[in-house]
Write a protein that binds this ligand. Structure first.
Ligand SMILES: Cc1cc2nc3c(=O)[nH]c(=O)nc-3n(C[C@H](O)[C@H](O)[C@H](O)COP(=O)(O)O)c2cc1C
Length: 374
């Protein structure tokens, strides 16, 4: 009922707040025998970590994951996996001013309306700190997908403000391009179009200087997912993926394939034509010439890359003064102290990949449950 669990066959449950002792995830349904270590988890947790570059929040968290259960001698046991990520760098005093004031654009007012009481330090469970647990679970999901079908999930920043990356083939973008520039330096904005990446960084620095923030979008691509994964009605793959991405903080829009571009399209232009080719195993393999359908038809994977986008709003906590009200309804003003990301996109990428991977892992296990011969 409380919505702290997600998924059916591969099910995660999270607990934890921004300024509590830590965040925890319990993963149920992971098959036995998958190699898993804290070092594996740290790869994506590092990509999510605050303080990783000059264009993100300067809070410092080591975000080291402790595996409390479900792994023996470096492999999953098939029992529930528990992972803990402790909170370290909290400055709760930064939030004392907003104890009784509502930050515009944040969840303070709605939390008070629902619970009548809230952990005001940093946003409690509305904080993106909660996603440490999901990113850790996402690593397990990515490993599961890779072990079952060789599939992978890669996300990148598509747009920041009005700067749009040119990406010819979303499925050809590699994790290496997302993380590293051609000269070997870290790609701190996680945009594989290096020209756009440089412009995005300048824009983020500019908004930070003016104590403001900026929105953008992320594109997430799942490759190597076989045709036939998903469900036809309420649990359509597209519906579960939309819920997964919308469950992340600050997401205001989700689309896949041509998305809202379909509004003005004619059927004759929009349909992706099927062709049959000889696959690597010598058998005929059906694919489509184009991928406007984003790898899903009828809620079931088509075997083409699954391509999704999420629109992410600008960070709402700002240090410039804004009008608001307090919990008694009095007019007041607010400046949010603390260290906030001027653009959420670079750190959003591993979160989005994790949620997409968790949905795919869940549906792959459900597919295998129904088709045990696979
Ligand atoms: C990577 C990431 C980091 C975030 N950090 C902050 C932050 O430092 N300050 C803030 O006000 N909101 C931050 N947010 C957004 C809030 O968590 C979110 O806007 C808030 O909970 C309200 O939820 P909603 O935007 O989904 O309606 C972050 C979101 C993401 C994805």
């Amino acid at each position: 009922m409380a919505g702290n669990s997600f998924g059916q066959a591969f099910r995660i449950t999270t607990a934890g707040e921004s300024h509590g002792p830590g965040n925890v995830v319990i993963i149920d349904g992971c098959p036995p025998g998958i190699p898993l270590s804290p070092a594996d988890l740290s790869v994506d947790l590092e990509r999510r970590r605050p303080g990783q570059s000059k264009i993100v929040t300067q809070r410092q968290e080591s975000d080291e994951a402790e595996i409390l259960a479900g792994v023996f001698e470096g492999r999953t046991t098939g029992t529930s996996i528990a992972i803990l990520i402790r909170n370290e760098d909290q400055r709760s005093r930064d939030y004392s001013d907003i104890k009784d004031k509502y930050r515009p654009g944040h969840a303070d007012y709605t939390y008070d309306q629902k619970f009548g009481f809230r952990d005001y330090r940093g946003g409690g469970r509305a904080s993106a700190r909660e996603t440490t647990a999901r990113v850790a679970a996402g690593v397990v999901a990515k490993k599961l997908i890779n072990s079952v079908c060789g599939g992978s999930v890669v996300g990148y920043v598509k747009q920041v403000g009005n700067i749009v990356a040119t990406i010819d083939d979303p499925a050809a973008v590699t994790l290496d391009q997302v993380e590293t520039l051609p000269d070997g330096e870290p790609n701190i904005v996680r945009c594989p179009d290096v020209v756009a990446a440089a412009e995005m960084i300048d824009l983020i620095k500019e908004v930070r200087k003016s104590q403001d923030s900026i929105g953008g979008s992320a594109e997430i691509v799942a490759s190597g997912i076989p045709a036939g994964i998903g469900e036809p009605v309420f649990d359509k793959l597209k519906a579960d993926l939309a819920k997964a991405l919308f469950s992340l903080p600050a997401v205001l829009g989700v689309e896949y394939g041509i998305g809202f571009g379909c509004v003005t399209a004619r059927g004759s232009e929009n349909n992706d034509v099927f062709v049959s080719e000889t696959g690597p195993d010598g058998k005929p393999q059906v694919r489509t010439v184009t991928n406007r359908h984003g790898g899903m038809l009828g809620g079931i994977s088509s075997g083409m890359p699954i391509v999704l986008r999420a629109a992410v709003k600008p960070t709402s906590s700002l240090s410039v003064e804004q009008d608001t009200v307090d919990s008694d309804g009095n007019k007041t003003t607010i400046r949010t102290k603390g260290r906030h990301d001027p653009c959420l996109l670079p750190r959003f990428i591993p979160m989005a990949e994790a949620m997409v991977a968790i949905v795919l892992a869940d549906h792959i296990l459900r597919w295998r449950g129904q088709n045990p011969q696979q």
